[in-house]
Design a binder for this molecule. Structure first.
Ligand SMILES: Cc1cc2nc3c(=O)[nH]c(=O)nc-3n(C[C@H](O)[C@H](O)[C@H](O)COP(=O)(O)O)c2cc1C
Length: 404
């Protein structure tokens, strides 16, 4: 039976947590509730205990529970930790790693996936501080649901309403299925084990921008999300990660050294400067071509400019041929047709050890999910369609296996 640890924050929408508890039980899962001090102002532990058919936890310093179970075990005994409603305050404390009450201590101590369903006034939701905290939580691997839009208890209108309990239950089921996907077929490993300690890994991510003049560039649709997720997953396994990032506005994953570049030539120089490395994961969508950039802005009146094209350096092939070639070089191939055949060709042409091929005609560049094929000289391993964060976790494990 799957077990949910439900943390209920102090917002008006806490009453909907009662319905969520009922739905979780009805779907055949167990649920244990933790209520914040502010949450207790909105729902009583008595109601939640009756609906969950379990004890409800409120106090970090409840010595009896510390003796019986301890806050660490409480955080680990669930398959998924759900925060609903996630108040602005709770998310701020989570984003900053505070542990000043039972809820935040559990959230910091848990080794399980965390799903947060925010609910607050529209201004609180749209405030730069809240948006910053949400971005940080997402970068840290927390699934933060988008709040619903509509009329609020406070009389205002906009995004900030707690998603309906049915929608939260569906998100819980998705999160549990994703978790099973990621771990399926993998040997048991200690989640705290740092399998890549003392390894240096270079990751490239994002697009490159090739200037046409001081204001115009040749770009592509790469969002950088997959590369950033991989950098974060490798760092989580203890690697020293140098992330060479093209122009994207993503937050830097924790524990990652980031070098921002613009063009393909700058990216190659940054990769070379970061060597030596044990592995390189080249996720960036590097422009194949650049043009001679005009020193001044091109004028419309002069008519369509004649662009003088040059081939960009092939960063992946050059790295593979370099005397400082890392032991493991992983390339990415985004194709719109026959991804596997193209990937196999690229593996041999470039001289790398692994190609991660994805069909970007199915999952558009910039989306949240990816379906990838892992191509090596030994064969092809096609993974199910999954969140980019799940691809990253699984690939990081595979890289750790290869470097072991
Ligand atoms: C009547 C009332 C309703 C509130 N509703 C919300 C809410 O919907 N969302 C929110 O983020 N904070 C809300 N707050 C503010 C939180 O209760 C306050 O930030 C509290 O410190 C949250 O504590 P917690 O994060 O530990 O649960 C409300 C406060 C009051 C008095």
């Amino acid at each position: 039976m799957k077990r949910i640890l439900l943390i209920i924050g102090g917002g008006i929408a806490a009453y909907k947590a009662c319905e969520l508890v009922r739905l979780i039980r009805k779907s055949g899962m167990a649920v244990r509730c933790v209520v914040t001090r502010a949450g207790e102002k909105f729902v009583t532990p008595m109601t939640l205990a009756a609906l969950s058919e379990d004890k409800v936890y409120t106090d970090l310093f409840d010595l009896k529970d510390e003796a019986e179970m301890g806050h660490i075990q409480l955080s680990r005994q669930a398959d998924l930790v759900v925060v609903a409603p996630a108040t602005a305050d709770l998310m701020a404390r989570m984003a900053h790693g505070l542990a000043d009450d039972l809820a935040t201590t559990l959230l910091l101590a848990t080794d399980k996936p965390v799903l947060a369903a925010p609910a607050m006034n529209v201004r609180m939701w749209l405030h730069a501080a809240t948006q910053r905290n949400v971005a940080q939580l997402r970068a840290d691997g927390v699934t933060v649901l988008e709040p619903d839009e509509g009329a609020m208890a406070c009389g205002e209108f906009g995004p900030g309403r707690l998603p309906e309990p049915e929608a939260i239950l569906a998100a819980i089921q998705r999160a549990l299925a994703d978790g099973a996907d990621v771990l399926e077929g993998q040997p048991d490993f200690d989640m705290g084990e740092k399998r890549l300690t003392h390894k240096h890994i270079i990751v490239t991510a994002g697009p490159t921008h090739e200037p046409i003049d001081p204001v115009r560039v040749i770009a592509n649709r790469s969002s950088g999300k997959q590369g950033f997720a991989i950098a974060g997953a490798l760092a989580a396994l203890g690697a020293r990660v140098t992330l060479v990032a093209g122009p994207v506005s993503l937050p830097t994953p924790s524990g990652v050294d980031r070098i921002d570049v613009e063009s393909a030539r700058e990216m190659e120089a940054a990769v070379t400067a970061a060597l030596p490395a044990d592995a390189a994961v080249m996720v960036a969508a590097v422009a194949d071509w650049r043009v001679d950039a005009a020193p001044e802005k091109l004028k419309k009146e002069a008519g369509p400019p004649a662009l003088n094209w040059h081939k960009n350096p092939d960063i992946l092939a050059n790295l593979c041929a370099s005397p400082q070639r890392p032991k493991l070089v992983v390339g990415f191939a985004a194709e719109t047709e026959t991804a596997i055949a193209h990937g196999q060709g690229k593996l041999l042409r470039k001289g790398c050890d692994m190609i991660v091929a994805n069909d970007v005609s199915v999952d558009k560049m910039g989306g949240e999910v990816n379906r990838v094929h892992i191509i090596t000289r030994e064969g092809v391993d096609s993974w199910d369609r999954m969140e980019k964060s799940a691809v990253a976790t699984r690939l990081a494990e595979r890289i750790a296996d290869a470097l072991a």
